[in-house]
Design a protein. Sequence first.
Length: 265
Amino acid sequence: MRRLQTMTTMTRTVLLMSAVVVPAMTQMATAQVDPRWKIHDPDRPLPAVVQPPTASTQESSGRGPSDAVILFDGKDLAHWAHNDGSAAKWKVENGYFEVLPKSGLINTREAFGDCQLHVEFREPVPPKGESQGRGNSGVFLMGLYEIQVLDSYENKTYADGHAGAVYGQYPPLVNAARPPGQWQTYDIVWHGPRFAKDEKLLQPARVTVFHNGVLVQDNVELTGPTAHKARPPYKAHPAKLPLSLQDHGDPVRFRNIWIRELKTE
Ligand code: MG
């Protein structure tokens, strides 16, 4: 009898689980393969042609793909502004720009949602300071969610504060940092959080990050905005917000920044 009861409970649990899991899986399958088209359907619209990016070298900056918004092309900070809307005062020279310590963070004038983002940065030489005080900046997706920029080359600090960390949440899978003075890359795939009309969280944000071509964040789900010594909960916000770069007081350099908006539901 007791055994039967256990079985019944188990069966009920399994049934309950399938009620939750199966529709989710069906949705995923629908999202992957569009039921409007037959396999190899000749009428299915063809992918848009995109001129791929040119690669950067340590000496020279590459260029973004043809369908990207070029946020910095080596010349000026026209796409960027400080919090009060004034023109970005960070220093532009020789094809890069550099954090002007204590001038404040900079935001893109345009807002972005889901995206593919490419950023190149270079840590100061000789390295100054230690731990979080060495070459600290940050790429803030939607101005709220930080992918840490830090000189993580032979620099001891807490794991979830390394370069490539989702700050305070996920350490990078590996430390792929180059020595200071060398150009480094972030390639980021971002899916912002989704909120219902009543401002409840429908879906957390997700991010994938490559640091110097090495996978360091594999589609992780963020717990909410990133913060120092805190993990604040999500608070409903628009589907698109400006991207920010952090002024943490260190003269970190940036170049070749481009973004491709992703059209996802
Ligand atoms: Mg930072």
